[in-house]
Design a protein around this ligand. Structure first.
Ligand SMILES: Nc1ncnc2c1ncn2[C@@H]1O[C@H](COP(=O)(O)OP(=O)(O)OP(=O)(O)O)[C@@H](O)[C@H]1O
Ligand SMILES: [Mg+2]
Length: 331
């Protein structure tokens, strides 16, 4: 472990699902880095491999899935080669995941205060019950739960779905972990509360140096939150770069398509662009570029799978027909 190592460095990660119909390469050579206090948006349509990427980092892939290659370095330490027990310890303390379904975090038979106090004390056994309760109450307040003192005494089923998700998010924030992976946690919440939670998550990162990966299919969510973006398609990163760079100068036709389908990006009254077709099944990917059948620019060059390139520093692209001259934009 080194002080200078980024919080998370993922290199050439490969996770396959060995199904009876064949091998699905859900994560196929994914690389990215998230530094201290940095927020990365991981964006892509349904089935592109976002959740499996998150689960792979945390060692939570179950059969028929398996991480078959690559490196996951957390503060320089390879999580793919450490003991399950050590990994479990890290997950409870320095790394937290917020799942799409809050009941993956919450225990239905325990009161919220019991769960939250346990979480605080698992991280630091010297914290008193009173202090742990105070921190829990503050964390509930942070995510906008009214009367947090009262609500601490409730069981998960006594909250509405949106409130339950906020409790799960509060638990993830409790120990100020070094890394949080949030898997579309606010999709089901209304826009105001979603905004509040994004604000709190961003504040945590800025104040405490927590690194955050925010998984979403909705580019608009990321636009106000992230420092950088990785766009995934069919198990691979197709474009990567700083937030402003990618939003202002998208180079991959898929990113252009995603941006075209974000309301507000287009002028009023103009029909929203929709990427034609659907995400291909990972078991029946076309030869060459996986996006070519949906791409308006595809030609003979796309019969060969494009390699990842780095047209300018901090930018990655996997496409034979970049939509902007990135070197020109940068100069
Ligand atoms: N248990 C499983 N068995 C077989 N294949 C799986 C399994 N879980 C995931 N996959 C494969 O991995 C691919 C990626 O799944 P993943 O859940 O990561 O997508 P996602 O990008 O998170 O989508 P969504 O936006 O719908 O959550 C799926 O399309 C599927 O082919
Ligand atoms: Mg998912």
């Amino acid at each position: 472990m080194t002080d200078t190592a980024p919080t998370l460095q993922v290199e050439n990660l490969e996770t396959h699902f060995f199904t009876k119909d064949g091998v699905a390469k859900a994560v196929d050579g994914v690389s990215f880095t998230v530094g201290r206090g940095e927020i990365m948006g991981l964006v892509g349509e349904s089935g592109s491999g976002k959740s499996v990427t998150g689960f792979s980092v945390l060692g939570l892939v179950d059969p028929p899935g398996k991480v078959v290659g690559g490196k996951v370095l957390f503060q320089g330490q390879d999580l793919l080669s450490i003991k399950e027990e050590e990994l479990r310890h890290l997950r409870g303390n320095r790394i937290a995941m917020i799942f799409q379904d809050p009941m993956m975090t919450l225990n239905p038979v325990l009161r919220v205060d019991t769960q939250m106090i346990e979480t605080v004390q698992a991280h630091d056994a010297s914290v008193s019950d009173d202090e742990a309760r105070a921190r829990s109450r503050d964390a509930l307040g942070q995510v906008g739960i009214p009367s947090p003192e009262e609500r601490l005494k409730a069981y998960p089923h006594q909250f509405s779905g949106g409130m339950r998700q906020r409790v799960a998010i509060a638990i993830a924030l409790l120990n100020k972990p070094d890394l949080i992976i949030a898997d579309e946690p606010t999709t089901a919440l209304d826009v105001t509360i979603q905004g509040q939670i994004l604000y709190e998550a961003q504040k945590l990162c800025r104040d405490t140096g927590t690194a955050l990966i925010w998984i979403t299919h909705d580019l608009a969510v990321i636009a106000g939150l992230a420092d950088k973006i990785s766009v995934m398609y069919a198990g691979r990163i197709v474009e990567q770069g700083g937030l402003g760079d990618v939003l202002d100068h998208p180079a991959h036709p898929y990113t252009c398509g995603l941006l075209g389908s974000v309301p507000g990006h287009n002028t009023r009254g103009k029909r929203l662009y929709q990427i034609p077709g659907m995400t291909p099944s990972l078991l029946k990917l076309p030869k060459g570029c996986a996006f070519k059948e949906r791409c308006p620019h595809a030609d003979a060059a796309c019969e060969t799978a494009p390699e990842i390139t780095h047209p300018v520093e901090g930018r990655a692209l996997r496409c034979a027909h970049p939509q902007v001259d990135l070197a020109g934009v940068a100069s």
